[in-house]
Write a protein of this length. Structure first.
Length: 456
């Protein structure tokens, strides 16, 4: 597809990078030549100009484009850019809308504004963080089938009963889970089979129903109580959304922010939270505010270095769940080697939402991607498809289905029930099917079939 991205900031650049990998023709508009220079090495057409100018959009070929994605500085600019793009004849439009006050209005006016999709990176990131804080032992939790199935990532502790166990032996523990990916060391990633042997310190990703996951954690001897005392360092949009969700869950939330005006605004919007004007890197202040008594501490300022420093300090002083927000994509190997707890990249979370929409748009007649997550450091994907009546995978026992290498069917949702699939199970039309794979770019459920193994 031909896609025009309006705005070359952090989100715009990440979208250009990921959609280019997906095989699309990408054009980026921005008035800042320096921002466009960062994309010059990629196979991207760069247009310097005003993204809400009709002339600039026409120069970018908006009248012939399939999709426009607006990620300019303000919500108002994004909405106007999409409206102009639609008038010029673009097929579909996506706008980034961050202001929480706009959420309800956008839903009401989505059709009038000619919007096919809106996304809020900060809200999406906060929602993923909140899921982890509901089960703090997990490094990351992704949700499928409207929350009925979850993909948990957890590190196996030393002395774990799973250390040295083959996956085929898991049945002895009656766990009810399916391990679908394993990270070992810095670079090794496995989509394991039954003969795979687990080791302590492996980071395993497993699929399970929420209650089943909680029971599995108990069998591992891992605490599963949700975080009740939460400290947020930094008072930006992610802090607001995360605080609101945790307050709704009954947690006590304390926010520390350096800007007094931001503190005042947060105190008005979140009257149940404790909002303090102070520096989250001040050891004395953190001690006075009960750092050691917290169940969870999230470093959420706009400066990566501060977030890393605060998380490392919190890790040295407490056993609380640690969450670290990272904006940059560079030095990822160094970040991964640090004990920063659960690390979240808002730009990648936002990109996942857009990539899912684009894949579904590219395959509007087939078994569309309903949910998509990049997992194990972006080296694999977990996808949810809806099976259609014409799908080639329907009615075939899974043991006879010639799937691609490094691909696992993790769960099937049918009529509200979640099935952990076995070899004799079949996929039926209407099923939601969760697939985990290192093969990227799947658009349709039929793409899981290895055509080299099918008979002509």
């Amino acid at each position: 597809m031909k896609i025009v991205i309006i705005g070359a900031g952090k989100i715009g650049a990440t979208l250009a990078e990921q959609l280019l990998v997906e095989g699309h023709e990408i054009t980026v508009i921005d008035h800042r030549s320096a921002a466009l220079e960062n994309l010059s090495s990629a196979d991207v057409l760069c247009i310097e100009g005003n993204g809400i100018s009709v002339e600039t959009q026409l120069e970018a070929g908006m009248n012939e484009a399939d999709l426009a994605i607006a990620v300019l500085a303000t919500d108002e600019q994004n909405l106007l850019a999409c409206l102009i793009a639609k008038k010029l004849g673009v097929g579909s439009t996506i706008a980034r809308v961050r202001n929480p006050e706009y959420a309800e209005g956008i839903r009401l006016l989505k059709e009038d504004l000619s919007l096919n999709m809106t996304f809020n990176p900060e809200f999406a990131c906060a929602s993923e963080m909140a899921r982890v804080l509901r089960a703090p032992s997990a490094i990351k939790i992704d949700s499928f089938c409207r929350g009925k199935v979850e993909l948990h990532k957890v590190r196996l502790p030393d002395g774990s009963p799973l250390d040295g166990m083959k996956l085929m032996e898991l049945g002895k523990l009656h766990t009810g889970i399916l391990i679908c990916a394993v990270e070992r060391g810095e670079n090794e990633v496995f989509i394991p089979d039954g003969s795979f042997v687990l080791k302590a310190q492996d980071r395993i990703s497993f699929i399970a129903k929420p209650k089943t996951a909680a029971k599995f954690f108990q069998k591992l001897g891992i605490q599963t109580d949700r975080a009740k005392q939460v400290m947020l360092l930094g008072g930006g949009k992610i802090s607001y959304y995360l605080a609101k969700q945790m307050l709704d869950l009954g947690a006590n939330v304390k926010i520390i922010e350096t800007n007094p005006d931001v503190c005042q605004s947060l105190a008005e919007m979140l009257p149940e939270a404790t909002v303090l004007n102070g520096d989250g890197t001040d050891e004395k202040l953190l001690a006075e505010e009960g750092l050691k008594d917290m169940d969870a501490i999230a470093s959420l300022t706009g400066i990566d270095e501060e977030n890393v420093l605060m998380s490392l300090y919190a890790r040295s002083m407490t056993k609380a769940k640690i969450i670290t927000k990272i904006n940059r994509t560079t030095f990822s190997h160094i970040i991964d080697s640090m004990d920063l707890g659960s690390v979240f990249h808002p730009r990648y979370i936002a990109a996942n939402l857009v990539v899912r929409f684009v894949r579904a748009l590219a395959n509007s007649q087939g078994s569309n991607v309903e949910t998509l997550y990049k997992i194990v450091g972006g080296k694999a994907e977990a996808l949810e498809f809806r099976a259609t009546a014409g799908s080639a995978v329907c009615g075939v026992p899974l043991m006879n289905l010639p799937t691609l290498p490094n691909l696992l069917i993790g769960a099937i949702s049918r009529g509200g029930k979640i099935l952990t699939p076995g070899g004799r199970d079949v996929i039926e039309p209407g099923d939601s099917v969760i697939v985990v794979t290192t093969v990227t770019g799947l658009n349709d459920l039929d793409d899981i079939i290895d055509k080299r193994r099918t008979k002509p």
